[in-house]
Design a protein. Structure first.
Length: 378
């Protein structure tokens, strides 16, 4: 029986991602020795919930004290850069949630740091592990729609009004580009096996006021609790992007170029069906992202929509999880930890993918006509 190297990790962040990273690391056989947070009460509560033995409030001292093999960065995006550079210098492997940093400049520096240090690095654009996207990747590789020439990813929904939090502020890594587009781009690139060549687009910022109340420590709280007037202490204008339309040109494995339309709004009124669609010379493949989640195929020979059930073999390859978000975190850590243990790179998203996402986001926010995206950081 193969003897596994004992690995330990420090998790920085006590919110939803901190919980998810902890569970995923443990599922991959890693001991989580400490959790770091900003606020004592919620951090201690989360650590107790997860049976993490140690709690610290200075992440740098914690890394020096525990000397972990791995650090999981599960904080708002504004501190990812500082933590990643420090961890790389210490020779610590890094799992970082999205967005990778605040902009492409930070992301580029983070990528340089991990490459120079020779540490493994994972970037949690995890929704690309969803079984629908994995099966769509297989179908496109099999040529089921012929040569792909166009795609679209449409996602409109209505985010509940919530107290001021990091998601409202670009300086903290907020906005739909940082937190939704990063997933959508990863899904499309996973399905198509494409590389981004250029981007153009337009961003809409809310420019409105949100109530200021008690701090939100777990992002899931924003979808559960109604705002209570007696808990509000004022309001503040926010600068996060709440909608975008972008065209992304990607190079396909066959040498062909395809253009992908991405459109998202978090302040749409009404009910919408989110979907991704891939158009080719022989047909169209459509992924419905909302219930009933399924893949539909229409071809030149059979133009009526036909459902393509996900093969059981794909489902069997995925780990268990309390929900699809946790399952995807578990799969990322399974591949990441396997690589650390010498089992080889299995295709998990890395800091390179996070850097590309920031180059694309910066290009969209610039409002310029067709910003070219480099293959490698300069």
């Amino acid at each position: 029986m193969e003897k596994k190297e004992k690995l330990c990790a420090v998790v920085i962040g006590a919110g939803w991602a901190g919980e998810g990273h902890t569970i995923a690391l443990r599922e991959a056989g890693v001991e989580v020795v400490a959790m770091c947070g900003r606020s004592p009460e919620p951090t201690q509560r989360r650590a107790a919930q997860l049976n993490i033995p140690e709690v610290r409030f200075d992440w740098y001292k914690a890394l020096m004290e525990f000397k972990p093999n791995i650090v999981a960065i599960a904080t708002p995006g504004n501190v990812h850069y500082e933590i990643a550079l420090a961890a790389a210098k210490m020779g610590i492997h890094i799992l970082c949630d999205k967005p990778l940093g605040i902009d492409a400049i930070e992301a580029r520096s983070m990528l340089h740091a991990v490459e120079q240090a020779g540490v493994k690095h994972a970037y949690a654009s995890t929704s690309q592990y969803g079984p629908l996207f994995q099966y769509a990747r297989q179908l496109l590789a099999d040529g089921i729609i012929g040569q792909m020439w166009q795609a679209e990813y449409i996602d409109h929904w209505s985010i509940p009004i919530s107290p001021l939090n990091w998601g409202h502020q670009l300086s903290l890594g907020g906005g739909v580009l940082n937190n939704l587009f990063t997933h959508h781009l990863g899904q499309v690139l996973r399905v198509t096996r494409g590389k981004v060549h250029a981007v153009t687009g337009k961003v809409t910022r809310s420019g409105g006021l949100v109530p200021v109340g008690k701090p939100v420590h777990d992002f899931r709280e924003l979808f559960k609790n109604e705002i209570k007037a007696d808990e509000m202490i004022g309001s503040k204008e926010v600068d996060a992007d709440y909608a975008y339309t972008a065209l992304v040109e990607i190079g396909m494995p066959d040498g062909n170029s395809a253009v992908v339309l991405f459109q998202n709004s978090a302040q749409s009124v009404g009910n919408f069906a989110s979907y991704a669609a891939f158009y080719g010379s022989k047909g169209t493949l459509r992924i419905n992202s909302e219930e009933p989640k399924r893949i539909m195929l229409a071809t030149t020979d059979h133009p009526d929509w036909k459902e393509m059930p996900v093969p059981q073999a794909i489902m069997d390859r995925l780990p268990a999880g309390s929900d699809h978000v946790q399952r995807d975190w578990n799969q990322l850590c399974r591949e990441f930890i396997g690589d650390i243990r010498g089992q080889g790179y299995a295709g998990y998203p890395t800091f390179h993918d996070g850097w590309i996402a920031h180059e694309v986001i910066d290009g969209i926010r610039s409002g310029k006509e067709w910003v070219m995206i480099p293959d490698n950081p300069l």
